[in-house]
Design a protein. Structure first.
Length: 176
């Protein structure tokens, strides 16, 4: 059996990498092909992810991998597990996604728990509850009547934003 090559991207909160995972029918051999920093940008009082630079790193990884490995079976994108952006009705990203550590994201947890009790939230998600989770950020955008929340037509997590930039199609990956 000929090896199959899979291009994988792992975006962490402080750095990222691309790699080729080659599968020979029995085992995977993983070779890191690129490493890059992931540094948030502080602008006018808000801490943002530099999503366009990260997308540029993704494109560099794709281009260099395609040159080295002719047959790539698929591409996978994994990120740090928090944060999102909104696409408007014209298909444009409204703003760079705000970093999960931005101070303005903080919301009074008790006010959210009045809407959905902490125990019920845990039952629905099966995850430990943390104020850096997207639900808290969404709630803060709602109560602030934030532009991106009001004008957003599509909600996309970070890997889904990258997929949208690559394909022009909006999808939300569902993981439970």
């Amino acid at each position: 059996m000929a090896s199959k090559n899979y291009l994988i991207f792992d975006f962490g909160a402080s750095n990222g990498r691309s790699a080729i995972a080659s599968f020979d029918g029995n085992k995977f051999n993983i070779k890191v092909t690129q490493r890059f920093d992931n540094r948030p940008v502080y602008v006018t009082g808000t801490l943002y992810w530099d999503i366009l630079r990260l997308y540029s790193e993704l494109m560099i990884g794709i281009q260099s991998s395609v040159r080295r490995y002719k047959d790539i079976t698929s591409v996978a994108i994994d990120t740090w597990g928090a944060d999102f952006g909104f696409i408007d009705s014209n298909g444009k990203l409204i703003s760079n996604p705000v970093h999960y550590r931005d101070e303005k994201r903080k919301v009074d947890s008790d006010s959210l728990y009045k809407i959905i009790p902490r125990e019920e939230l845990f039952e629905l998600t099966g995850a430990a509850i943390s104020p850096v989770f997207d639900l808290f950020h969404l709630y803060s955008l709602k109560i602030q009547n934030a532009t991106e929340f009001v004008n957003g037509d599509r909600f996309l997590t970070i890997p889904d934003i990258f997929n949208y930039f690559l394909t022009g199609r909006t999808y939300n990956e569902y993981t439970r």
